[in-house]
Design a protein around this ligand. Structure first.
Ligand SMILES: Nc1nc2c(ncn2[C@@H]2O[C@H](COP(=O)(O)OP(=O)(O)OP(=O)(O)O)[C@@H](O)[C@H]2O)c(=O)[nH]1
Ligand SMILES: [Mg+2]
Length: 446
């Protein structure tokens, strides 16, 4: 999986949010600390980490919640927004004019993954109906020619190379002419990785690009470098206006988060990410989606909609009273119905691997019982509904008769009310000493 370590750490930070009984400043602090730890471990620049978490802290408890959005949803969204913001916000696709020769040149320091990426991109675009070809202008590494040739053959993509030619610029120009003659639309030019640092690399890039005038130059950066990837990206961004970036090896090292954020911080657009050695292990980079995936939510929009579908309106005063065990039979029925409605949310949480559980006692209450209780309640006075403790034996008989049920049924209902009071008082105790917005345990809508 891509950036597995970071994803796991962020996901467990969110679990804290979903598992909490109360969402308050303290919880947000804990959450931001978790996020900080996760990002720092992934080698994200410390200033960037602070900027991300400051944003989360500032917005998490923002009082003005948008209509229909719960506090939990809001916080997930804030975390998600902040992450995607720092990953570059928008996607920039590689522009390919159909029917024309679009020359894209690949540069990057030794072993960053240029040749592999060319193989992957060739396959990616070929599959999408664009006539794609590859040129080897790497006259430095002995195996370069056959490496690219093999990759091209495997994907059935035209290849051009000349093992005898020593001049990289000539190689590029000859290859380009050949591809144009064949009517290739996307021409991917592989260059040598003879350089270990930016200066030499950039000089060579300028030399070759003067010779062939590529329409886009892609810098291939090794994602396992972490923050250091940013230095390369910055030098590259300063050297060319037509540059974009592919960050490779995000499947491997633990520092990929640092690489991505550092590169994004330079403002150079990341167009693709490499996620493995295989030829299909490449994907267009979409910061928003990527951030969602890191948080363990491949489809965050879908999640928000699903949560909203099962949205539970929570009245804060009523919830407060509930936590103290002060609630009427009507309150209880309303809460029971809400909890019952949470089936779908339970599934969503499960999907996300988040721990989530409706208390067993409540889950087991049968639909029929609830219906019967409602009938019973319709035979009660307002005073009885508000204060069920006043219902003693003679009243029980009257209510049973009036509702066509048995005394036992009425007692069951009263017992349920008592049990729930006890349970709520217990939950109430758990949030002792915490200020903030009270929520019922496990209620994602709260
Ligand atoms: N795990 C993983 N390995 C990758 C990825 N991209 C490239 N590699 C590996 O990185 C190594 C170097 O890849 P190349 O494509 O040869 O790198 P290069 O930049 O062309 O190297 P030079 O031409 O020598 O500068 C190879 O072993 C690739 O399999 C990736 O996304 N994930
Ligand atoms: Mg190479």
């Amino acid at each position: 999986m891509v950036l597995e370590g970071l994803g796991k750490a962020l996901n467990s930070a969110l679990k804290r949010l979903f598992g909490a009984t109360v969402i308050d400043e303290e919880l947000v602090k804990e959450l931001t600390k978790d996020i900080q730890r996760a990002l720092l471990t992934a080698d994200v620049d410390v200033n960037l980490v602070m900027a991300i978490t400051k944003r989360v802290e500032e917005q998490a408890l923002d009082e003005s919640l948008p209509r229909g959005i719960s506090r939990r949803e809001h916080i997930v969204k804030v975390v998600w927004d902040s992450l995607s913001h720092f990953l570059g916000e928008k996607t920039v696709p590689l522009e390919i004019a159909p029917g024309k020769p679009n020359l894209v040149m690949m540069v990057g320091i030794q072993g960053s993954g240029k040749t592999t990426t060319i193989g992957k991109l060739a396959r990616y675009y070929q599959k999408r109906g664009i006539k794609t070809g590859v040129i080897c202008a790497d006259n430095f590494r002995p195996g370069a020619y056959s490496q690219l040739k093999q990759l091209a053959e495997r994907s059935n993509v035209p290849f051009w190379g000349d093992e005898e030619e020593r001049d990289a610029v000539k190689l590029a120009r000859k290859g380009f002419d050949d591809m144009k003659k064949r009517g290739i639309e996307l021409i991917l030019l592989d260059t040598s990785g003879r350089h270990r640092e930016e200066t030499g690399l950039i000089k060579e890039m300028k030399d070759i690009s003067k010779g062939v005038k590529p329409q886009e130059i892609i810098l291939v950066v090794d994602g396992t470098l972490g923050q250091q990837a940013g230095t390369q990206a910055a030098a590259f961004r300063d050297a060319t206006k037509i540059g974009s970036i592919v960050v490779t090896k995000l499947d491997g090292g633990a520092k990929g988060g640092g690489a991505l954020s550092a590169v994004a911080a330079t403002g150079a657009p990341i167009k693709f990410i490499g996620t493995g050695e295989g030829m299909d292990a490449i994907e267009p980079f979409n910061p928003t989606k990527f951030a969602g995936r890191l948080l363990g939510m491949s489809d965050i929009q879908g999640l928000i909609e699903k949560v909203r579908e099962a949205q539970i309106e929570v009245d804060e005063d009523a919830t407060m009273r509930f936590m103290k065990g002060q609630f009427s039979l009507n309150d209880m029925m309303a809460q029971l119905k809400q909890l019952k409605k949470m089936g779908p949310i339970g599934k969503v949480m499960e999907m996300l691997g988040l721990q989530y559980k409706i208390p067993d006692d409540i889950a087991e209450i049968q639909e029929e019982n609830m219906k019967r209780w409602e009938v019973i309640m319709s035979s009660m006075t307002k005073e009885e509904l508000d204060n069920p403790k006043t219902i003693k034996s003679s009243r029980i008989q009257r209510i049973a008769k009036g509702s066509g049920t048995s005394s036992r049924d009425v007692r069951d209902l009263l017992k349920q009310h008592q049990q729930m009071q006890k349970m709520m008082k217990q939950f109430g105790k758990q949030r002792r000493g915490r200020r903030g917005i009270p929520v019922l345990p496990g209620l994602p809508g709260a």
